[in-house]
Design a protein around this ligand. Structure first.
Ligand code: NAP
Length: 247
C-alpha cells in the first residue's frame, strides 16, 4: 500500500528534513510551501531521487481554501493521505509584549494556531476510516517555547505553540484509536527561522547555554517526527517528544 504524507512548510528547515527522511521510510510526499517555490521543488526532486513520488504545492496554511486545495491536490496526485506533519510556523522579531502591535500578533496566531487547526481539521476529515480514510498519523510541530515562555523574545509565538500542544492532546483523544496524533517540541535548531525573526545567529549564540552545548540539526527533529509517523510508534498518541538537547 502506498503511503502519502503532507508536510506543511516542507520547503526548508525541519519540514524539508522531514520530507527527505520520510521518503527514506517509504512515504510519497506533498511538499507544501508558502512562497519559495524553487526550494520546495528542490526538496520534491530530492524525494524523487530517493525513489518516492513527490509534488510541491503552494498554499498559505492560514487560508482555508489553500489548506483544502493542498489536501485535494495531494490526494489527486499521490493517493489517500495517511500522514500529516503540521510543521509550518513563523516567529516575529524579538521584542517585549508591551511593544507588540496587532498585526504582529495576528500574523503569529493566524499562521501558528489557525494554520495548525485548519490542517488538523482536514486531517480529521480525511484520515479516519470511519470517514472513508486510510487511518494514519498526525504530527504537530510545537516548540519548547510553549513551556519556556520566550520572555523578551516572542511570548506570542510561545503561546501559539501552547495552543498547538493542547490541539495535540484533544485531537488525539477525538481520533483514537484509528488515527494517532502526537507532537514534537524542538529546542534551538539551526534553521532560517531565526533570521526571519531578526536574529540569524540566535541558535549558535544561545546553544552554549543549553545542556547539550550546541544547537540541534533539522534532521534530529525529523527523526522523531518520522518515528511518530511510523508503525514503530503504534502505541504512542496524545503526547509530545521534546527534541531540545535537554533545554
Ligand atoms: P523555517 O526554516 O523558517 O521554515 C519555515 C517553513 O514554513 C518554510 O517551508 C516556509 O515556506 C513555511 N511557511 C511559513 N509560513 C507559512 C504559511 N503561512 N503557510 C505555509 N507554509 C509556510 O522554519 P523551521 O525552523 O524549520 O521551523 C519549522 C517548525 O518548527 C515551525 O513550526 C517552528 O515554529 C518550529 N520550531 C523551530 C525551532 C527552531 O529552532 N528552528 C524551534 C522550535 C520549533 P517558504 O519556504 O515558502 O517560506
Amino acid at each position: 500500500m502506498t503511503k502519502t504524507l503532507v508536510v506543511t512548510g516542507g520547503s526548508r528547515g525541519i519540514g524539508a528534513a522531514t520530507c527527505l527522511l520520510a521518503a527514506k521510510d517509504g512515504w510519497d510526499v506533498a511538499v507544501n510551501f508558502a512562497s519559495n517555490a524553487a526550494a520546495a521543488e528542490d526538496v520534491a526532486e530530492q524525494v524523487r531521487a530517493l525513489g518516492q513520488q513527490a509534488v510541491a504545492i503552494q498554499g498559505d496554511v492560514a487560508r482555508e481554501p489553500d489548506v483544502i486545495a493542498l489536501f485535494d491536490q495531494a490526494e489527486a496526485q499521490l493517493g489517500p493521505v495517511s500522514g500529516v506533519v503540521n510543521n509550518a510556523g513563523v516567529v516575529a522579531p524579538s521584542i517585549p509584549v508591551a511593544e507588540y502591535d496587532i498585526a504582529r500578533m495576528r500574523k503569529v496566531f493566524d499562521t501558528n494556531v489557525m494554520g495548525a487547526f485548519l490542517v488538523a481539521r482536514e486531517a480529521a476529515r480525511r484520515l479516519p476510516p470511519e470517514r472513508g480514510g486510510p487511518g494514519g498519523a498526525v504530527v504537530n510541530v510545537s516548540s519548547m517555547a510553549a513551556r519556556l515562555g520566550s520572555p523578551g523574545e516572542y511570548v506570542d509565538y510561545a503561546a501559539s505553540k501552547g495552543a498547538v500542544d493542547t490541539l495535540t492532546v484533544g485531537l488525539a483523544k477525538e481520533l483514537a484509536p484509528s488515527v494517532r496524533v502526537n507532537g514534537v517540541r524542538p529546542g534551538l535548531i539551526a534553521t532560517e527561522i531565526h533570521a526571519s525573526g531578526g536574529q540569524p545567529d540566535r541558535a549558535e549564540r544561545l546553544a552554549a547555554g543549553s545542556p547539550a552545548g550546541r544547537a540541534g540539526e533539522a534532521e534530529e527533529v525529523a527523526a522523531a517526527i518520522v518515528w511518530l509517523l511510523s508503525d514503530a510508534a503504534s502505541y504512542v498518541t496524545g503526547t509530545n517528544i521534546d527534541v531540545s538537547g535537554g533545554r
